[in-house]
Design a protein around this ligand. Sequence first.
Ligand code: PMP
Length: 276
Amino acid sequence: MKTPLKGVFNGAFDTVDNIKISPFSRAYTFSDSLYEVVPFFNSTAIAFDHHIKRLEFSASQLAMAVDLKKVIFEINSLITSSEFSNGYVYYQVTRGVDPLRSHIHEPNLKIETFGYAKAHLFQWKPLRVSVCDDIRWGRCDIKSTSLLGNVMSMNAAKLDNCDEVIMHKDNLLTEGGASNLFFVKNDSICTPALNGNILPGITRALLINELKNYNIEVIEDNFRLEDLSNASCAWLTSSTKGLAPISEISNLESHFDLYHPLFKKSEEIFNKKFLS
Ligand code: PMP
């Protein structure tokens, strides 16, 4: 029998199946919610403070009064009480339950929180991806659960046997459907510069910082689709993928070197610091 998934809802720890949510929760009616995915390795959260800071930023943008101490306590409890040592915690913060569905929320609603821990291993898996128009809103720097643009594009790509998408707005590269993009062009590691169209990925920031410690520069700039199609290798980063190399871009007919020295070096540096 499968062990039931354990979670925490509004501070009460229970199996996820026992959690009851109101249909007037604004998570349900408006996706008026934020989230974080915090990976842990050997029962220790990776870059926990970065995740909390990003949640604090997202909450400030939505004017949600989130009790960060409670969030930290609950995420830590999910990690320490889990039966596995490698995995991630999904943690969501919702504005609360409104008495009536209305775009304008009642003032001072009680923040609703939900989290669970899931076993997960970082696996080396080359990705087949496709490029697509970035159809999302202009505040993708907020880590909100409103992800319909990502959901539509990734499911359309799945029909072409792709694992992920790389999005662009008017030919300017933004990011993956659930990841950030890196590629090597003219022997330099490049990544799109942060703006409102990109989630400031924690894995992205950790990698850039760690490479800097080895005097390897990452160029953060505005890059175009042509820069990617002419790249010699490319990879995506996220808290659950780590660094995942891209084997091909199906609709550009680009094939990449999975063993490029700059990718191997990045992978080695990242794994040594965070996964060993
Ligand atoms: N961009 C998007 C749209 C994402 O959903 C994610 C993963 N949540 C990322 C980038 C990567 O962020 P992180 O490294 O913090 O997981």
